[in-house]
Ligand binder design. Sequence first.
Ligand code: ZN
Length: 279
Amino acid sequence: MLAVNLGGAVIAPIRAGCRMSGANRAGVAGIDLLSYEQAGIAVRADLAAAHRRAWQRLAAPGTWLDAERRLAIAAETRAARDCRHCAECRAALSPYGVSGSHRPATDLPGNAVEIVHRIAADPGRLTRAWFDRAMASGMTETEFVETVGVAATTIAVDVFCRAIGVAPHPLPAPQPGEPSRARPAGARSGTAWVAMLAPEDRTAEEACLDGVYVSPDPTFIRRALSLVPREAAGLFDMVDAQYLPGRLIPDVAGRYRAIDRAQMELIAGRVSAINMCFY
Ligand SMILES: [Zn+2]
């Protein structure tokens, strides 16, 4: 089950690896207007609040990328839906034999457009060779992880809007400020394509992972973005609302949502299969 979440731990972190840069930590103009009040169905207040926090994070300087870059990634994530090259790649037996180029929506460099469109349009067929080419193209490992987090955040909120029949939220305005550029000292390579931070290698600088690493041996989905702790914390702030808070997940008999856990997992399993998420 893949879920996403970001919360108070992300909005007001004080540690370096978790620090939110820029002046606008308390609020971003326009984001308070993000609402589901016009939706045809009732949306839980905590879920709407989680999406407002997600939009606030998109609009703020990140750890390695400034707000303009983060919002450009969000825009390209959306643009991949209407990109002919992405459609041709998706339809092909292998996306790696398709010639052509993406139709960008921003002035992001070509290597970043390729990375964002492929993540958005055909993530189930990304390969190690593709990732190695992405690294050779000039994107850094930390930028890549933050890019994945921004794309995943955008997709989660947009797909939710589509599912309940409302228009996608306008992207917020970028907030000024510099990225914090804090790499966890204990991050180690070798287990996945990107370095990750094991729970035993954390320091106080990465306290925002407390809400992500909810057990002594957290699953790899929870470690996946840990090279950029604030991005991981943000993703799981959304997951807590869209799925369940980590501390409740082991309680499979408990009923914390409008549908029961078996119904939740049936939907999650089906969606994961359709999306070729074999986690
Ligand atoms: Zn494309």
